[in-house]
Design a protein around this ligand. Structure first.
Ligand code: UGA
Length: 434
């Protein structure tokens, strides 16, 4: 199938995987630089395994990129994967969705083939129906469902494991406006065989499923973080508690790792957007509010623990291991590290940082106000305190015999007992002996 993809962020680029399944993928983006790089196999993001897929399919001429919408005229299916960033009131900015829909409408106006437009961007319930379809119909002068098809197909990929998640999803959700387009989307995903359940529903439900799922996952993280904070007061290890409750099949073990709070481009943005949408329709989403409140507090717990060890932080040299919002990505959007570093700077501490992928992103945020290191050893050397903020595997291999300073573990990367056996002061979120 000839597939068009509008948007070259995580959501769009992950669709490069479709080129491995007998499809041709054409990316459309606004930035000429990004598109030129993509043509050469240079991706604007770091995502494990994706660059190999792009390079492999560039060589086979199965992937191409352009800034010109006109080139989508041969595409049978076009995915809208543009960004929907947060506005200051928590609601989402739909301007890129509108522009993409209008541009596609203009394209549809001048073509006679039936195209299926698929919204993959995360959008609040009602968006595909009220914004996308309206813009497409207005700009094309044609009728959705008759002259072109529309579906909403949310994505559930995690950054860092997007390729794996694409190949082995738990489910496919297709929100349909018309029968013909939902069968075309179902056909596209036939390569999953019958191993992956496909749920076909209406547009609003598909949009809601995406938000409800991210809110459910974020609520588990905030829940266990709240339990962690209580555990510490009773000399209880939250990781032991999480392991036991996770063995209950009604609860399950995933997303119960307590720590310095969730970040990224999805959980904070999506919970805020669902909250704003819920309020806008007159409901009172108490729990959604609480998820964010708990999360706002978690990075400050790291500062509290640092103060328990060092007292006043003024003039103290703090080593931060990990800047990305989670491991295996260079993404620092809404990362807990940002709040932690800002708080340390407010306390007049000196901050040294190391991250295997995010130093470039950090330089854009902190400029010359912190020191950047090229290895974990360089970062820890001479520090008064070390904070682990991202769960990178390489931090599990820290040579404890070389460490001279206390450690605050924000992600339970280390085994507290081994750290203590090396005579090192250890504190961690939800650890029983803080
Ligand atoms: C999340 C969802 O997991 C994906 O299914 C979804 O497609 C994606 O958002 C999206 O909406 O695009 P992602 O943001 O990449 O994926 O990362 P997660 O692995 O979900 O982690 C989010 C945050 O929660 C990270 O900061 C992580 O450190 C934190 N977290 C996660 C915890 O603190 N504890 C946990 O047990 C799990």
């Amino acid at each position: 199938m000839k597939i068009g993809v509008i948007g070259t962020g995580y959501v769009g680029l992950a669709l490069a995987c479709l080129a491995d399944f007998d499809n041709e993928v054409l990316f459309v983006g606004r930035s000429a630089d990004k598109i030129n790089n993509l043509k050469r196999g240079i991706l604007p993001i770091y995502e494990k395994g994706l660059d190999e897929i792009v390079k492999r399919n560039l060589e086979k001429n199965k992937i191409d990129s352009t800034t010109d919408y006109e080139r989508l005229k041969d595409a049978e299916m076009i995915f809208i994967c543009v960004g929907t960033p947060s506005l200051s009131d928590g609601s989402i900015d739909l301007s890129q969705i509108k522009i993409a829909s209008e541009s596609l409408g203009a394209l549809i106006k001048n073509t006679n083939d039936y195209k299926t437009i698929v919204v993959k961007s995360t959008v609040v319930p009602g968006t595909t129906k009220n914004i996308v379809i309206q813009a497409l119909e207005k700009a094309s002068g044609k009728k959705a469902g008759a002259d072109f098809g529309v579906c909403m197909n949310p994505e559930f990929l995690r950054e860092g494991t997007a390729v794996y998640d694409f190949l082995y999803p738990d489910k496919v959700v297709i929100g349909r406006y018309d029968e013909k387009s939902s069968s075309t989307v179902t056909k596209l995903y036939e390569f999953y065989g019958n191993k992956v359940p496909t749920m076909t529903t209406d547009l609003n439900t598909a949009e809601m499923i995406k938000y409800a799922q991210n809110a459910a996952l974020a609520s588990r993280v905030s829940f266990i973080n709240e339990i962690a904070n209580i555990c510490e007061k009773f000399e209880v290890d939250v990781y032991e508690v999480a392991m036991a409750i996770g063995l209950d099949s009604r609860i399950g073990p995933k997303f119960l790792n307590a720590g310095a709070g969730f970040g990224g481009s999805c959980f904070p943005k999506d919970v805020k957007a669902l909250l704003a949408t819920a309020k806008s329709v007159g409901t009172n989403p108490i729990l959604l509010d609480a998820i964010l409140e708990v999360n706002k507090y978690q990075p400050h717990r790291m500062i509290d623990l640092a103060k328990q060890v060092l007292g006043n932080l003024r003039g103290k040299k703090i080593a931060i291991l990990g800047l990305a919002f989670k491991s295996d990505t260079d993404d620092m959007r809404e990362a807990s590290s940002i709040q932690i570093i800002n708080s340390l700077l407010m306390e007049n501490a000196t901050v040294k940082v190391y991250d295997p992928q995010s130093i470039g992103s950090a330089k854009k945020i902190f400029g010359g106000s912190i020191e950047y290191c090229s290895s974990k050893d360089e970062c820890i050397k001479g520090a008064d305190l070390c904070m682990i903020v991202t769960e990178w595997d390489e931090f599990k291999q820290i040579n404890l015999s070389e460490i001279r300073c206390p450690i605050i573990d924000g992600r339970r990367v280390l085994n507290p007992l081994s750290v203590k056996q090396h005579g090192i002061v250890y504190k961690g979120i939800g650890w029983k002996n803080n």
